[in-house]
Design a protein around this ligand. Structure first.
Ligand code: PYC
Length: 316
């Protein structure tokens, strides 16, 4: 008889992008700060990360969320986000999926809920209609109009901004943002990320710019813009990307193209929407709010047999 480690998960999708919340069976990361617990996770339990999100139990598009006891008594939860190649500081669609999951479990109801993440405490609001608003971490642009030569693709000019993850945001490119073009979009954005890395273009502390975002005019005239977002690894965001939309809001604020409180409707490559707005915090940072909706897709138990050659998932 095989003996299994079992991991209980709730799956959802937020405007098309999947989230898998681990509600039981995760590693014991102690009671330190979220950054300390993230370091323990990374150092000692990385096989758990890949077992949960990589094939054959998951796929490169799944974002995992490890639910942990919060540090502050008034927080609803603490979380660490991860994907097929590593860990995310923050995840907007994942937070909307998490709040929807906590409501599905009966742990929270409509109202305001604080969520602890490794990059700070996030305020969220679950509305009666099931939509979730995430007040994300302060977001800001550090450089505008950075030109980068990308071998085989040409020169791209974009902005570098933080929205809970690091982004290179490009409005001027030759691509039509439609699903049929995804091989071309993935190839170009992956080459741009590699060129940024090779040329030492990083965040202020040397952080990798690991998300690449293309923008065009929206397909639906009610929306403000359409995007394609390459995530760390080779997967692209099916949703409009919460942290990417936050980074975009920071750039719009810096350029004076959107006023505080005004709504920005960010359309994804699937045509799904996040509504965004911001408050100005100071001369270079904004406090973004992102609103979207998630749907529960499964309640399941993952089984991990230690003799399975892919007990830790398939790592590409
Ligand atoms: O919604 O912030 C987001 C996100 C990051 C990576 C995938 N989704």
């Amino acid at each position: 008889m095989a003996s299994y480690r079992t991991v209980e998960v709730i799956d959802s999708h937020t405007e098309g992008e999947p989230t898998r919340v681990v509600i039981a069976g995760g590693p014991d990361l102690g009671t330190g700060t979220l950054s300390e617990r993230l370091e323990l996770f990374r150092a000692n339990f990385d096989a758990f990360r890949s077992a949960v999100v990589c094939e054959p139990r998951g796929s490169e598009v799944v974002v995992g969320t490890l639910l942990l006891p919060p540090v502050q008594p008034d927080s609803a939860a603490a979380v660490i986000y991860f994907n097929d190649v590593g860990y995310l500081g923050m995840c907007g669609h994942g937070t909307i999926g998490l709040v929807t999951t906590l409501a599905h479990l009966g742990r929270i109801g409509p109202g305001d809920h604080r969520i602890e993440t490794p990059v700070g405490i996030i305020s969220t609001h679950l509305a009666e209609d099931g939509s979730v608003t995430v007040a994300n971490v302060p977001s800001y642009r550090i450089k505008a109009a950075v030109a980068i030569d990308v071998q085989g693709f040409g020169t791209f000019t974009g902005d570098i901004a933080w929205g809970g993850n690091w982004f290179f945001l490009i409005a001027d490119h030759p691509y039509e943002l439609v699903l049929a073009n995804r091989p071309q979009l993935i190839a170009a954005s992956t080459a741009i990320r590699a060129a940024l890395h090779a040329n030492g273009v990083t965040g202020p502390g040397g952080e990798l710019i690991d998300h690449i975002e293309f923008f065009t005019a929206p397909h639906d005239p009610h929306n403000s813009s359409r995007n394609f977002v390459l995530c760390p690894g080779a997967s692209f965001d099916r949703s409009p990307c919460g942290t990417g939309t936050s980074a975009k809001l920071a750039c719009l604020a810096a350029d004076g193209k959107l006023a505080p409180g005004e709504t920005w409707r960010q359309e994804s490559i699937l045509g799904t929407i996040f509504e965004g707005s911001f408050e100005l915090l100071d001369d270079h940072r904004v406090s973004p709010k992102i609103r979207g909706r998630a749907w529960i897709t499964a309640e399941s138990k993952l089984l991990i047999d230690a003799t399975d050659p892919f007990a830790a998932g398939i790592r590409f």
